[in-house]
Design a protein around this ligand. Structure first.
Ligand code: 2X7
Ligand code: FE2
Length: 312
């Protein structure tokens, strides 16, 4: 690791953030994988991204972690940030837009102890927060898809955090201020817990998408980015992350969200970069690809030993 790189997070033997990932959640990826939990079956598709997830999983193979902590833009809350607060969820998740692709039977354990610790820390830090304790709550597909693609064994408990829609009530600037605080509270609580966490931002980059679907959804001859401008935005953001310029990513966020309708508007990316203390560590790009025209990058930040190693 170069001496000029400040590694992400503070890795402590007792616990802390051991790695982080940008892990997008289009349900097409699960559909294309044909896991037994999903009812529809496919002929594949979106291989560039699925091979990217494979590289991420390989890269995480030797990283030991106790828990996955994830923020998904598809669990939208309008009064504060919420945390799943029930030990176990088992149900059927159907994508509201793509029920033809995603009918997934999930069975997920939650680390309620850590969820409550992050909740309490954020509250102490002045944030509006709530534990979600309804046992019949349906877990959002963003959380499910990212968790499945990162860890298909489903053998790690999850801390799932909602996306407070502060960008819609206020502005990207207010969203960022709140997510910077939530990231800090998340990091402090993880470190105090003594647990080792993999932190995941579940979102696409540019998010302009086609409004019609082809007869065969996995027909890759029809898949491409919606416009050249979207491509340029995605490449610009990826290059900044690959060169350890997380601060610039945050500075660029209002323009990026505005112009590319980026799914980072939900706060996941800002929250994760803040949890990593705005890393100067270059992120590893495992894959990039489009899904119904949206831009998706799979990226990893290694913490502690191995931080700054290139996977390219
Ligand atoms: O949630 C999504 C997404 N973010 C991007 C593309 C396609 C579907 O779902
Ligand atoms: Fe999405």
């Amino acid at each position: 690791m170069s001496k000029t790189h400040r590694p992400c997070g503070v890795y402590m033997a007792e616990g802390g953030i051991v790695a982080a990932a940008l892990a997008p959640h289009p349900p097409h990826l699960v559909y294309a994988e044909n896991p037994e939990q999903n009812e529809p079956t496919s002929e594949g598709g979106w291989e560039q991204l699925r091979w990217g997830y494979e590289r991420l999983r390989n890269s995480l193979k030797d990283v030991e972690y106790d828990v996955i902590v994830i923020l998904s833009p598809h669990w939208q809350t309008y009064v504060g940030t919420h945390f799943l607060g029930v030990e176990h969820f088992k149900s059927l998740s159907v994508d509201p837009i793509f029920p033809n692709l995603f009918r997934f039977h999930y069975d997920m354990n939650v680390d309620v102890e850590l969820a409550k610790a992050i909740h309490d820390m954020a509250k102490e830090d002045g944030m509006s927060v709530k534990m979600m304790e309804n046992p019949d709550f349906r877990v959002d597909y963003g959380t499910i898809v990212s968790c499945h693609m990162v860890r298909p064994q489903w053998d790690k408990p999850v801390v799932a955090i909602s996306s407070n829609r502060s960008r819609h009530y206020y502005s990207v600037e207010v969203m960022q201020e709140m997510m910077m605080q939530l990231g800090e509270s998340t990091r402090k609580a993880i470190e105090a817990s003594g647990k080792r966490a993999l932190v995941i931002a579940s979102n696409s980059l540019s998010h302009r998408h086609f409004t019609t679907e082809t007869a065969v959804p996995e027909d890759m001859s029809k898949e491409h980015i919606t416009s050249h401008a979207m491509h340029l935005w995605d490449m610009r953001m990826i290059e900044m992350m690959r060169s350890g310029k997380a601060r610039e990513v945050l500075d660029m966020m209002p323009e990026f969200v505005e112009q590319s309708i980026a799914e980072a508007d939900g706060g996941a990316l800002t929250w994760m970069l803040s949890a990593l203390e705005v890393p100067e560590t270059p992120a590893i790009l495992h894959g990039y690809g489009t899904i119904i025209g949206t831009g998706n990058a799979i990226m990893e930040w290694k913490c502690g030993e191995g931080a700054g190693e290139s996977g390219d």
